[in-house]
Design a protein around this ligand. Sequence first.
Ligand code: F6P
Length: 321
Amino acid sequence: VRRVAVLTSGGDAPGMNAAIRAVVRTATHHGIEVVGVRRGFSGLHRGDMRLIGARDVANIIQRGGTILLTARSHTWRTPEGRARGAQYLRDWGVDGLIVIGGDGSFHGGHFLQQEHGIPVVGLPGTIDNDLYGTDHTIGYFTAVETALDAVDKLRDTGASHERIFVIEVMGRHAGHIALDVAVAGGAEEVFIPEDPKPVDGIVEIVQESVSKGKASSIIIVAEGFPGGALGVAQAIEAGTGLETRVSILGHIQRGGTPVSSDRVLASRLGEAAVYALMDGHSDVMVGRQNGEIGFTPLPETWEKRKDVNRDLYRCAKTLSV
Ligand code: F6P
């Protein structure tokens, strides 16, 4: 392997820069050149790429976002778009591509490998933590801290006004962020897509908590739960008549300085991705499970579902008594 390319794709996640840095530094250490592709697959099929060296990734380990920029590409979903991208990689003499992103990005990398034989290694970069084959994804820890900080602040105002706060956190199809934030934020109840229970049950929960003397409540809803926070809040107001406010945290959860756990994970996985290409691996994601680095075939990362921690889900319920 003499030259590898790296790109970030899909929703950005704090720690992506730390991963880019680790890829570039590991490659440099082994005399391998790195081509940085800008704007993900969207930039790849336009040939938007340049060589990047160890000094280009100085002072980025602490920065949120991605210096390579990112995008969700529609053209890449067509065979013609992928063929153009593959040609650019061949023109640049690239021996393998490292894709930092989530399941959509891994689909893109998988098809590139299948159709054009270009070795592809994936790095799990998404705040949603919804990829099978790794206990955590890069960006997840920071997103949880950011959401938790917001929940703590909303609790102050909620308690002062004796209101119910329904807070929606990100997670398109997954409740990992919601569950961690609910337990760490001492929430009354949590709604996750993995358990699409009817929302009317919340009316009884809130009424019960009022009768137990709780004047305010925090309820966490994952974005992917049917009806979202607005649906849950409507059910509460209609069923209890209590003053309820909704706060949808949104993209703030994707920004900010990555916490140490994300930087360390990104550094370990970025290094491992380069070694994976050097060792001839392809069409796999590099992940960390129980502290060990391992590989999962790219299609398995989205075909197999990573469940939420059911013990934690049970614990959330117990502690809200
Ligand atoms: O996949 C990460 C994520 O932040 C999801 O939680 C969310 O549903 C989605 O991206 C939002 O995407 P966009 O930035 O394109 O609106």
